[in-house]
Design a protein. Structure first.
Length: 172
């Protein structure tokens, strides 16, 4: 009798339960493709870049984000204008205005730019960014992002870059 009663209660609980709602995961890893305008920073021309980005949701709409870019701009100070390597990792914080399937955001990143050519150049930068992510499933998003960086270095004038990118991310 006890087993029958437990079975009936369990069955009624299953039929009476509310449907499950998916929750978005709070970590992501993605790949970006973008355009970086160096504004002639150290004689570098504008170029395309590939980036690896990651995010970690903290609380109340805030995320810690990272975007590491690799680019191969032309060196306009070189007579042959050969391509050089530019690496630009960044770490920042962004605020999500909405936390649903469309996530517009605003944020700021601290970044480091290293340009590897005959002489290595190092810059530290900070820059605001805006973007939006569109979830195409519970665990995959597509997004666009724009950022304007201000780079400083010792004995150099302040340099600026404009970055526009599109990417895809997997959430887990």
């Amino acid at each position: 009798m006890r087993t029958l009663l437990c079975t009936v209660v369990f069955t009624l609980a299953l039929f009476g339960a509310a449907p499950a709602h998916a929750q978005f995961a709070n970590r992501s890893l993605g790949l970006s493709l973008g355009y970086m305008d160096f504004n002639d920073t150290k004689g570098l021309d504008d170029t395309m870049f590939v980036g690896i980005d990651a995010s970690l949701y903290i609380e109340n709409g805030f995320e810690v984000v990272s975007l590491s870019k690799i680019a191969f701009p032309k060196d306009t100070t070189d007579p042959r204008q050969k391509r050089v390597v530019g690496l630009a990792p960044s770490l920042g914080l962004r605020y999500l205005f909405m936390e649903e399937s469309i996530r517009p955001y605003i944020g700021s990143d601290v970044s480091y730019l290293i340009v590897l050519k005959s002489t290595t150049s190092n810059f530290i930068g900070i820059g605001p960014n805006v973007g939006v992510d569109f979830f195409v499933s519970d665990s995959v998003s597509l997004g666009v992002r724009g950022q304007y960086n201000f780079y400083i270095a010792l004995n150099e004038k302040t340099q600026t870059t404009l970055t526009l990118s599109a990417g895809a991310a997997a959430y887990f």
